[in-house]
Design a protein around this ligand. Structure first.
Ligand SMILES: *[C@@H]1O[C@H](CO)[C@@H](O)[C@H](O)[C@H]1NC(C)=O
Ligand SMILES: *[C@@H]1O[C@H](CO)[C@@H](O)[C@H](O)[C@H]1NC(C)=O
Ligand SMILES: *[C@@H]1O[C@H](CO)[C@@H](O)[C@H](O)[C@H]1NC(C)=O
Ligand SMILES: *[C@@H]1O[C@H](CO)[C@@H](O)[C@H](O)[C@H]1NC(C)=O
Length: 504
């Protein structure tokens, strides 16, 4: 008997409930002001956004492909109790505007995202026709109420050669953190996963090359954190008091930051000025890049922007070096610097957002141009490299694309950093060094993937189903007792029960 009732409950649940994995909108504090969605739990009826008069105090569902800023304001004006935005695999047209708005305002109701599935779209459709309280949604959030303050972050760096005090140093950097308005979806594969993979590959290639040549520079590789927090990781690194670093930092010939380079064969050098006539070293560097670009049929552009000392948003990592009077540039496919961290990042920056072939080509291009420069033999550089990403790199790319690198996910001791340390060690070997530092005063609230339960049927229909089920069940029970006899009772009941389920 007990078994039957459990199966009855399971059976009912499978018909009436849908469990939807959802991703919460960011919640963070910047300069003492809270942004994003402040609430996580809910117990509300649902409403399709098109039924505008239904939205109030309900959970409004809207598909991202319909969403634009004006519509968003209409929905807000109707005071929803919660909002669920259904995303599709491909990037919807107006999503960037919405991301920017959601990330820069405060909401006192839960806002969640989910990816569309057949079941969710069916539910969405039903909501449109089924007005009233037809479908209920429940989510009991178990996220930390406390934000993460004063977190410990980590920079990883190391020389590719044995450090030689007599030589100037070339720094190659990429930040490995990522950002978006949905912490669970902050994969940042172009920004800056591509930079991280490229830097790892370039490091391995350069290391081989340095063994066979007499280096004219020390080459330092830096994977920095806090890149979406005004490059605080780079600032801390440049301020490092470690004796081995101090000497090198005071003798940096050039720092190159790698950015979003996995998407386009048009790359832009972001610089603060062109080299002066007497700066032969720099002229050689850029002309080497120019020539290598034409060999690879990459169109290389230059964008000049002065460092804005007043503006508190730092668009590129190289500006942090410039402020320390170190010559530096960022290489990116973005033609213009972004106006804010949110503008630069998107929940749609996923693995599909980068093109492996292009990333591969860009890696080879940068490697070759760097070798021309480092060897000082920019005319006759003989390149004998296999033009392919290593299978390791592909594996790492895959791993990175399944880990969010949002600020709360990359603090000291986090699952991602354990993984990432292995990645860096592969590139730098025993030369790998670690710098721990404290982030800015911004406070981030951690999130998890949560389950939103929806219950499709309201009591009257549900009651009818339960009533019918019980009647038929009792009838079968009566028949089995009466005609089949008590010995076969248990087994026969089970099999009948199964058949019965199938009919539904
Ligand atoms: C952050 O924590 C460190 C020690 O872990 C402490 O030295 C520092 O003062 C703290 N900073 C703030 C702003 O609380
Ligand atoms: C590299 O190319 C750009 C434009 O394509 C040009 O402005 C610049 O002078 C070139 N630099 C060198 C050092 O040849
Ligand atoms: C990627 O990292 C580099 C180096 O830290 C930085 O200059 C660049 O701005 C980053 N890109 C983005 C889009 O955050
Ligand atoms: C930054 O803002 C300016 C002016 O509002 C705009 O023209 C520019 O396109 C923005 N930058 C990007 C990368 O969108």
């Amino acid at each position: 008997m007990k078994l039957s009732f459990i199966s009855l409950l399971l059976f009912l649940q499978s018909i009436f409930a849908l469990q939807i994995p959802v991703y919460k909108l960011i919640k963070y504090e910047h300069q003492g002001v809270l942004y994003g969605s402040q609430v996580s739990s809910l117990k509300l009826a649902g409403a399709h956004y098109k039924n505008v008069e239904e939205i109030q105090r309900k959970m409004a569902l809207v598909h991202a492909s319909d969403l634009h800023l004006t519509l968003f304001h209409v929905i807000l004006a109707n005071k929803p109790g919660a909002l669920l935005i259904i995303l599709e695999e491909n990037e919807p047209e107006k999503i960037r505007d919405i991301e920017l708005y959601l990330g820069t305002h405060r909401f006192y109701f839960p806002i969640f995202f989910t990816f569309q599935t057949l079941e969710i779209m069916e539910l969405y459709e039903q909501l449109y026709w089924l007005k009233g309280d037809g479908i209920q949604f429940v989510l009991n959030s178990n996220v930390e109420a406390e934000g993460l303050r004063n977190v410990t972050l980590e920079n990883y760096y190391g020389f590719l050669n044995d450090y030689d005090e007599a030589l100037p140093t070339v720094v190659l950097a990429a930040h490995y953190d990522s950002f978006s308005i949905v912490p669970e979806l902050s994969f940042g594969m172009d920004s800056n996963g591509s930079g991280v993979i490229a830097l790892g590959e370039i490091a391995k290639l350069l290391k081989k090359n340095l063994i066979n040549s007499k280096p004219k520079y020390n080459v330092l590789i830096l994977f920095n954190s806090g890149g979406n927090d005004n490059f605080i990781g780079l600032q801390r690194w440049l301020d490092s008091k470690a004796p081995d670093l101090k000497h090198a930092i005071n003798n940096i010939a050039f720092a190159l930051c790698l950015d979003t380079i996995g998407k386009s064969e048009e790359l832009t050098f972001h610089i603060t000025r062109f080299p002066r006539k007497d700066e032969t070293e720099l002229i050689n560097l850029f002309s080497g890049f120019n020539r290598t670009a034409s060999k690879y049929q990459i169109s290389l552009n230059y964008f000049k922007k002065k460092v804005d000392l007043v503006d508190n948003y730092i668009p590129w990592g190289h500006e942090t070096f410039i402020k320390k009077k170190i010559v530096a540039a960022t290489l990116s496919h973005l033609e213009r610097p972004a106006n804010s961290t949110l503008e630069k990042n998107s929940i749609y920056d996923r693995k599909s957002n980068i093109n492996l072939h292009i990333l591969e080509k860009n890696v080879m291009f940068i490697y070759e141009a760097l070798v021309r420069f480092l060897d000082g033999d920019h005319e006759n550089a003989q390149m004998k490299v296999q033009a392919k990403l290593s299978s390791d790199a592909l594996g790492w790319l895959k791993k990175f694309s399944s880990h969010s690198r949002f600020p709360t996910k990359i603090v000291s001791g986090s699952e991602f950093l354990i993984l990432f340390r292995d990645y860096v060690r592969e590139a730098l070997g025993n030369n790998m060094k670690l710098q721990k530092f404290h982030g800015s005063d911004d406070v981030y609230f951690d999130t998890k993937v949560e389950i939103l339960n929806s219950y499709k049927m309201k009591s009257k229909v549900l009651d009818l189903y339960i009533f019918l089920y019980v009647v038929i069940y009792l009838l079968l029970l009566w028949i089995s007792v009466k005609y089949v006899g008590s010995i076969k009772f248990i087994t026969s009941k089970k099999s009948r029960h199964k058949n019965f389920n199938h009919q539904y």
